[in-house]
Design a protein around this ligand. Structure first.
Ligand SMILES: [Zn+2]
Length: 99
């Protein structure tokens, strides 16, 4: 371990100790400023369990790689290059293979 790595480890350890000793002071400061009450009000008013469930469901359902969603019957994919085929035709516009 080089001297520089040792210095980084010591500084990181000191920073961690200082941060851990001041966690309560920082939490008290946030409480005095009203940030905690504001966060609790926002959580109780806007972020209900139903909203979280709906958001997670939408993230799961819309997690595909394509940003633009096209109905399945309007668009096909080329079996060779996976190019999106928006027009009817027998050949792929990107690679020229028969669809
Ligand atoms: Zn193709």
């Amino acid at each position: 371990m080089s001297l520089r790595a040792k210095k980084i480890v010591v500084v990181a350890a000191l920073g961690t100790v200082i941060l851990l000793t001041n966690v309560w002071a920082f939490a008290d400061l946030l409480d005095r400023l009203g940030v905690v009450a504001l966060a609790q009000r926002i959580r109780s008013e806007y972020i209900t369990g139903t909203a979280v469930a709906v958001i997670l469901t939408l993230l799961f359902l819309l997690g595909s790689s394509s940003v633009i969603s096209v109905p399945r019957r309007l668009a096909r994919q080329c079996p060779v290059c996976d190019h999106l085929l928006l027009r009817r035709g027998k050949y792929c516009g990107a690679c020229g293979s028969r669809v």
